[in-house]
Design a protein around this ligand. Structure first.
Ligand code: PLP
Length: 428
């Protein structure tokens, strides 16, 4: 870590808990202290000591066009000239809503909020109100933001009533969450049985990104739709990462499933704070002021976020965009896989479109159970080796790396060469 980052981190730790405004930024999962970033352009970020890195974090997903894309900057500048916030309806909100509704088969009506956390929290409230039930099934290893009822993972068995992941969550709230195993429909059936007639919704990341990338097994998402329908519960897709990432229209388009509710965030704000949830008109009509379910926000639909989102989605509507992302991402996957084999290091690469994770210590990861077998120490050493070589991978094993349209074949070559060197060191 350079001198300026070191100085800033020391001061930050005095003023901000752990020195960061979101825990993963502190690099505790990989060791060492974080670099402070000053600037991003295209595929590259530069820290306050002048070191540059090829970036695969992309602000944790929003920056599918890369950093400081000219269309996004222009759109934000234009919106900025008109003012930063009104707390009143604006034309741009309608435009972004139209783009989302047109893109997502299962969204007829959509509400904008400020973060993914808020989107999922509100969708769950709506599902409970609509069904008149309280229990939610979520999956071990899936993250849906930090609202109380969702900050819950499996206890010792898949059927365990939720145990809070954090102090401060009332056990009574955690008990409303049942935790099933991703890619294991039998565990979902068991949870649904435990919920009895009180199952409001099944909530899932259609491609898991928050235990590292874990794609759905064939038939898994269809099975969830079937189980939800059997129990007259709603199916909620959390597409905060996957929406506009896997294709224009998200995982539901790719896998041909129509969830009742969909949560979005990240890309639809082009790097500014945003979230959204939407779905069937009949369900969404329960929201205030049309219906009784309360949900609101001072900065919701913020003009700058919405302008950045519209510019990003317009760029993503151009021809061959997702094909290009696929080419780049497949090449990175292949390069990393070959580097693993060549170095003789045990690991695997999971990928869905432009999201990817290099797991250490295991040859297959399909659920949170498998994730538990990973060698996080190895990942930490890999991460630190990559940073030294100018490549910024996610500072935690259980996260997705994101390829953007700003990455070039040259970036990938440098990345794969750096990975090969790091892996050779790990093997020695
Ligand atoms: N849902 C998913 C799938 C996420 O990956 C995240 C954040 O990473 C969230 C929800 C929460 O979004 P936010 O961090 O914007 O609150």
């Amino acid at each position: 870590m350079g001198h300026n980052s070191e100085r800033l981190f020391a001061e930050a730790r005095r003023l901000i808990p752990g020195g960061v405004n979101s825990p993963v930024r502190a690099w505790r999962a990989v060791g060492g202290n974080p670099v402070f970033l000053q600037r991003g352009r295209a595929s590259t970020v530069t820290d306050v000591d002048g070191n540059s890195y090829i970036d695969y974090v992309g602000s944790w997903g929003p920056l599918i066009l890369g950093h400081a894309h000219s269309d996004v900057l222009r759109a934000v500048h234009e919106a900025l000239r008109d003012g930063t916030s009104f707390g009143a309806p604006t034309a741009r909100e309608v435009e972004l809503a139209r783009m989302i509704v047109e893109a997502f088969p299962a969204i007829e009506s959509v509400r904008l909020v400020n973060s993914g956390t808020e989107a999922v929290m509100s969708a769950v409230r709506l599902a409970r109100a609509y069904t008149g039930r309280t229990k939610i099934i979520k999956f071990a290893g899936c993250y849906h933001g930090h609202s109380d009822g969702l900050l819950v993972r499996a206890g010792s068995g898949a059927l365990t009533h939720g145990v809070p992941d954090s102090p401060g969550i009332p056990p009574a709230i955690a008990r409303e969450t049942l935790v099933a195993e991703y890619n294991d429909l039998a565990s979902v059936e068991r949870c649904a049985k435990v919920a009895g007639g009180d199952l409001a919704a099944i909530l899932v990341e259609p491609v898991a990104g928050n235990m590292g990338v874990v794609p759905p097994a064939p038939g898994f998402l269809q099975g969830l739709a079937r189980i939800a329908a059997q129990h007259q519960a709603l199916l909620i897709f959390d597409e905060v990462i996957t929406g506009f990432r896997l294709c224009y229209g998200g995982a539901q388009t790719l896998y041909g499933i129509r969830p009742d509710l969909t949560c979005l965030g990240k890309i639809i704000g082009g790097g500014l704070p945003v979230g959204a949830f939407g779905g069937r008109r009949e369900i969404m009509a329960q929201l205030a002021p049309e219906g009784p379910v309360y949900q609101a926000g001072t900065l919701s639909g913020n003009p700058l976020s919405v302008a950045a989102g519209i510019a990003t989605l317009r760029a993503l509507r151009q021809p061959r965009v997702y094909e290009r992302l696929e080419e780049l991402s497949a090449a990175l996957e292949e390069g990393l896989r070959q580097a693993l084999v060549k170095a003789g290091v045990c690991g695997c690469v999971n990928r869905a479109g432009s999201m990817l994770t290099l797991f250490f210590g295991t040859e297959s990861v399909q659920s949170a159970r498998d994730v538990g077998r990973c060698d996080t120490g190895q990942y930490g050493r890999f991460f630190r080796g990559m940073i030294e070589r100018g490549v910024y991978f996610p500072p935690a094993q259980f996260e997705a790396a994101f390829v953007s349209l700003a990455h070039s074949e040259g970036d990938l070559e440098i990345t794969v060469a750096a990975a090969a060197q790091c892996l050779a060191v790990l093997a020695s």
